[in-house]
Design a protein around this ligand. Structure first.
Ligand code: NAP
Length: 305
């Protein structure tokens, strides 16, 4: 029997309702409106799309949004000074640094300079540290999204064998720390990466499989345990193929593209008990987690006053 689809879009809609209500209460009771401030250095078409989505989502929630566009030639020192100005501006309650940054800037250094209370991406070492302590305040949005999708199944993860494929700082590592924190009761995570010798032996052992790599087709149906929960974080653009395996061309003669995850969905859905689709799984919820972090950050700053 095919697995149940975990619908990221409807879960995102539910969270949005809660955020909108809480933002409304903040405004009414405390005359405070969260302000998410984005910094974009130079031109980047991909960031344009994110910025447009962030702005739209904030507007829907009643959160103010502000974009600062700095020239491509901005030095690291200038950017650090700019961040410091935002850190001390009481009106700004959340700061987001759009990636990628120009070569001359060390992104990690700048991310570390964002004050923890305004770090809505959860990337400051102090916020990461709280995750290690099992008391997360602001955590990376994609990791939060993956955990909420898992939580939405209602399945108890306590003691479960979980395999996380990918160990990046923004996704795989924080997910692993969440799995060990007391929020949802500790699981038994195994973390795989590029040097893992026999990936399939670890994925086949997983009662819960979380994949965050960025390689289409990496996880095939025969690598999944019968009845496993599968959370596919990967986002990959691949050509659409016809029944003979040839690329389908658009009217302009260019290959038509589609978005897929790291898991071969059609095979995995036959083995999994629950599975997230791509698109429509982790993606829609990640944006919402940014909004939730923005609200959390605003409340945190208010409590500190
Ligand atoms: P990343 O920084 O490139 O990390 C990829 C990870 O995969 C690394 O830890 C790497 O290990 C590991 N890896 C690479 N090849 C592997 C293999 N063959 N077997 C096992 N592990 C392998 O990427 P990321 O930022 O974590 O993102 C991962 C994916 O999630 C991407 O497709 C990205 O687009 C997607 N994503 C989605 C969202 C969303 O909202 N849905 C948000 C963020 C990211 P090593 O470090 O050892 O090389």
């Amino acid at each position: 029997m095919a697995g149940k689809i975990i619908d990221g879009k409807s879960l995102a809609a539910k969270f949005k309702e809660d955020i909108k209500r809480e933002v409304g209460q903040l405004k009414e009771k405390h005359k405070v409106t969260p302000l998410l401030t984005a910094i974009q250095v130079g031109e980047n078409p991909a960031s344009r799309v994110y910025i447009k989505n962030q702005k739209k989502s904030c507007e829907e929630m009643g959160i103010d949004y502000q974009l600062h566009e700095l020239p491509e030639a901005t030095s690291e020192e200038e950017l650090l000074q700019f961040v410091e100005k935002l850190n001390t501006d009481d009106k700004v309650t959340g700061i987001i640094l759009q990636m990628p940054l120009p070569q001359q800037i060390n992104g990690r250094r700048v991310q570390m300079a964002i004050t923890p209370m305004k770090d809505v991406e959860g990337m400051n070492p102090s916020n990461m540290g709280m995750l290690v302590y099992g008391s997360p305040r602001l955590a990376p949005c994609t990791a939060l999204a993956a955990m909420e999708l898992l939580n939405s199944t209602g399945v108890d993860i306590k003691g479960k064998e979980v395999t996380v494929v990918g160990h990046s700082e923004i996704v795989g590592k924080p997910i692993t720390l969440f799995l060990l924190s007391s929020i949802l009761e500790s699981a038994t995570p195994t973390v795989c990466h590029i040097a893992t010798r026999d990936l399939a032996s670890h994925t086949r052992n997983a009662e819960i499989l979380i994949v965050a790599v960025g390689k289409a087709g990496l996880i095939k149906g025969d690598m999944i345990k019968q009845g496993a929960i599968v959370i596919d974080v990967g986002i990959n653009r691949v050509p659409v193929l016809d029944e003979k395996g040839k690329p389908v061309l658009s009217n302009e003669g260019k290959p038509k593209m589609k978005t897929v995850g790291d898991v071969v969905f059609e095979e995995a859905v036959e083995k999994a008990s629950y599975i997230t689709p791509v698109p429509g799984g982790v993606g829609p919820l990640t944006v919402v987690m940014l909004l939730r972090n923005t609200l959390t950050a605003c409340k945190w700053q208010r409590e500190k006053k």
